[in-house]
Design a protein around this ligand. Sequence first.
Ligand SMILES: [Zn+2]
Length: 108
Amino acid sequence: MENKLRKRLQTGFISLHILHHAKEEPVFGGWLLEELHEHGYNSSPGTLYPILHGMLKEELLTVAPINVDGKIRKYYSITENGRKELKLALSYLVELVDEIRGKGNHDK
Ligand SMILES: [Zn+2]
């Protein structure tokens, strides 16, 4: 069974990764799966789609069907709320990484 902490963190990392790309341009599930694999995430449709659906519910993303060569594909775009949350999450992430690497400003 997969390590629980790793699983919790992975859900968060994948969410931020999705927001990052959705901020650049609308993305679809198949592309995200390939992208996540390239970054070493062991993600399947069974892990990705529940995350995407949760993010739609939380209004971090919106979705629109687009016809690509006769095939309907769902493209996900970032919302204003998503941009705000991504920015906030990144500031926490950078702060944490700095502290772990000993570059925190606690004992300046
Ligand atoms: Zn990426």
